[in-house]
Design a binder for this molecule. Structure first.
Ligand SMILES: Nc1ncnc2c1ncn2[C@@H]1O[C@H](COP(=O)(O)OP(=O)(O)OP(=O)(O)O)[C@@H](O)[C@H]1O
Length: 219
């Protein structure tokens, strides 16, 4: 479970304050995958980063009682001067997993060939996002965080393999997806919310959430 309790978050731009959350309270429950609809630039990435613990609230608290992934595509835990092999084995140890398993899983999924033993700093952005996606899928979480703005790969073979593993994982896991597009949420989510004016409005169905989202667009 992830529970936001009276959470406020804003950024000072030098001229004004950009408010992302204003004393917002909501919960993500295990077994109830949630899609959050939000217009571009209103705070999708910030909210996902707060769920992952990468951004702190200004006020209020965020309670986590499950194993929560880092955001899909997040590169923060990967060391550029080390090879994919070294990164995979290091992350396996951090999560108390078998380094041989994590290394061979990522090697199979990434399709980086000899680059798997080259420093990550020599990779293209597509290669880096394949590695970060593979590392996330090698670990098991209760809640997976997906930001629609995440780096993506155009490698067809990788997308096929990663899509298969992700679908398998999601059978037992809960997902939080933030997106500006309702059709992105349809694939993953049972319930939906709308981020609007610093509040997160929760709905039982995506249809209901879309009504508020569309109403806002036309008003
Ligand atoms: N560290 C920061 N300092 C100042 N402003 C920030 C900071 N981080 C984010 N912002 C601003 O907060 C707002 C929300 O940013 P965020 O990246 O969370 O939005 P988003 O909905 O994911 O955006 P996009 O749809 O463009 O991906 C944006 O206006 C952004 O410029």
């Amino acid at each position: 479970m992830i529970a936001f309790e009276n959470v406020s978050k804003s950024f000072w731009t030098g001229k004004s304050r950009k408010v992302i959350l204003d004393r917002a309270s909501f919960k993500v429950e295990i077994g109830n995958s949630l899609g959050i609809l939000a217009r571009n630039g209103t705070g999708k990435t910030t909210i996902i980063n707060m769920m992952a613990g990468l951004e702190k609230p200004d006020e209020g608290s965020i309670l986590r009682t499950s194993r929560i992934s880092f955001p899909l595509g997040f590169m923060g835990g990967i060391m550029s001067k080390h090879t994919a092999t070294e990164n995979a084995r290091y992350i396996a140890r951090l999560y108390s997993l078998d380094p041989d398993y994590v290394e061979s899983f990522c090697r199979w999924l990434c399709g980086l060939n000899e680059y798997f033993d080259m420093p990550v700093g020599t990779y293209s952005s597509g290669m880096r996002s394949r590695l970060s996606f593979a590392l996330m899928l090698a670990l098991e979480f209760d809640i997976y965080l997906i930001d629609e703005g995440m780096p993506s790969s155009t490698d067809v073979e990788f997308n096929r393999k990663a899509g298969q593993v992700l679908r398998q994982r999601l059978k037992n896991a809960t997902v939080v997806v933030v997106s500006h597009a309702p059709q992105t949420l349809e694939k993953f989510c049972r319930s939906a919310a709308v981020l609007r004016n610093g509040q997160v409005y929760m709905f039982d169905t995506l249809e209901e959430a879309k009504r508020l989202y569309d109403y806002e667009a036309h008003s």
